[in-house]
Ligand binder design. Sequence first.
Ligand code: PEP
Ligand code: MN
Length: 298
Amino acid sequence: MSIAGNVGLADLPRICPLISRRVQGRSDSAETRVVQVGAVRFGEARPVVIAGPCAVESREQTLAVARAVKAAGAEMLRGGAFKPRTSPHDFQGLGEEGLKILREASRETGLPVVTEVMDTRLVETVAKYADMLQIGSRNMQNYPLLVEAGKSGKPVLLKRGMAASLCEWLGAAEYIAKEGNLEIVLCERGIRAFPAGEYSRNVLDLSVIPAIKAETFLPVIVDPSHATGVTRMVEGASCAAIEYGSHGLIIEVACDDAGAARPMCDAAQAINPETLKRIVQFVDSHTESRVMRKAHAV
Ligand code: PEP
Ligand code: MN
C-alpha cells in the first residue's frame, strides 16, 4: 500500500485469495477456469461470442435480433430488461416482461441468455429467467449486489467499472467468489480516460487482458460496443481483442432490414448481423490457427 486506501498488484493475494492465481497455485497463465453456461464454455481455446440488442425493446425486435444472431453463428444472447440509463426520463427497459421475452428468444434459438441485474431485490427474479447474471459497469462496486449474485448460484458476467483499477475489479469478483460462486467471467468494457468521449465512448484497455491472465484463472471477455460506442469501430476492436487473448466478446446488434425500428438504446454502436457474421468467422479462423500453433508446439 502506498497512499492510504490505494492498492497495487502486490496486494492482490490478500485482497482476493480465492481467485488469485498466485495464491491458488495455478501458475501456468494459459490455464483458465472453464465457466459453463448451458452448453457454452468460457475459457477454452474457442472464444465465445455473445450478441444481441442493447435493450429488450419489444418481443418482435428481440426475436428478430435473436434469430439473426443465431444465424450469424453467435453462441449466446444478450439483452437488457433493466437498463441503467443516464437520464431517469429515458427508456428504463421492460422489466420482467423483458425477461420473459428473452426466455422465449432463448427457447426458440437454443442460445443461453445473459442479462443485467441492477438491484439486490431483483436478483431472484432475474435469476429465474436468465442463464447468466450481468453486473454492469455502474454496479461493479455495489457490494450487496455482488453478494446476492454470488448467492444466486448463477454464473456471473462482471463488467469492469468505468473507472476501476484491476485491483478494484478483482476485489469485486472476490465478493462473488466468497459466496462460494466461482462461475465468474470478467468483462473489459472500456474505461474513462483521456481522450474518452472525443472520438470514442471509452478507451478500450486491451492491456488488461494479459494482466488479468497473470493474476487470476477466471476467463475474461471484451465488450467492443460500449468500449468504442461507434458502430464502425466495433469490428476492429473485436478482432484486436481476440488477437490479444480475450476469451470472448459481447456485442450489441440491431437488425437493419427495411422496416426494422432504430433502437432506442445505443443505436450509434449497434452493428448489423452481417458484420457480426464476419466477426464470428474471424473468431473461427483465429481459433483454428491457435489450436494449430498449440499442436505444433508440443
Ligand atoms: C450493457 O452491457 O448493457 C451495459 C449497460 O454495459 P455497461 O454496464 O458496460 O455500461
Ligand atoms: Mn448498450
